[in-house]
Design a protein around this ligand. Structure first.
Ligand code: G3P
Length: 218
């Protein structure tokens, strides 16, 4: 499973990119708003900081507006992926952009049928929001599993399942078990994946025992 980081904060992105474990970045208008920066400037910095795909979302809601914005966003860097909402106009834009050879992330997916439509429209990625489904008492992981099954039923559906709206380390494990191709994860959750108290205790004991030997390796 690929790891994308879900943020527009360039410092967080640079720090995580240094691990070599970051496969890409997703942004959205809310995340851009948090930075206080102009979107085009922030996007250019993010695209320069990572080798992988960087999702940049259109703000227009009509087909023509989305296409015009997509042109500007795609011009910023080669690794820009155009993100469009799961609406009829978004699906039309997805289809048109994919025919042009652009990669598209269809966002705000909350049902298997929506994911089926996005795949038929040529989406590179579909973004089911698992946390927001859990918020209303539905089951986000079930949706990931359903989409995985549907896409696997048809060779022609090559869209990657990008699990989004992840808020906890447990959700990362769950989407991996359900067969997501990508998890986009907030920086804090991504950093928390490495933590286990038994790792810390175990390391402390090894270091104490090693010190007692008086040896060095180099
Ligand atoms: O990738 C989508 C994500 O940013 C939404 O997360 O926590 O606002 O539902 P959340």
């Amino acid at each position: 499973m690929k790891f994308f980081v879900d943020t527009a904060d360039i410092d967080e992105i640079r720090e995580l990119a240094e691990t070599g474990l970051l496969d890409g970045v997703t942004t959205n208008p809310s995340l851009v708003a948090k930075t206080g920066r102009h979107f085009r400037d922030a996007l250019a910095d993010i695209c320069a900081a990572v080798d992988g795909p960087v999702s940049a979302e259109v703000a227009a809601t009509d087909f023509d507006g989305m296409m015009a914005e997509a042109e500007v966003l795609a011009g910023i860097a080669d690794n820009v992926v155009i993100k469009v909402p799961l609406t009829w106009d978004g699906l039309k834009a997805c289809r048109a952009l994919s025919i042009q050879g652009r990669r598209v992330n269809v966002t705000l997916c909350f049902s298997a049928n929506q994911a089926l439509l996005a795949a038929k429209a040529g989406a590179t990625y579909i973004s089911p929001f698992i946390g927001r489904l859990d918020d209303i008492g539905a089951d986000g992981i079930d949706l990931i599993a359903e989409i995985r099954t549907i896409y696997d039923n048809y060779d022609a559906l090559t869209t990657e399942v990008l699990a989004a709206s992840i808020r906890t380390p447990v959700s990362v494990k769950q989407v991996a078990l359900a067969g997501a191709d990508v998890a986009t994860i907030p920086p804090g959750v991504l950093k928390a994946l490495v933590k286990h108290p038994l790792t810390d205790i175990g390391l402390e004991r090894f270091l104490a025992d090693w010190k007692a030997t008086g040896q060095t390796i180099v």
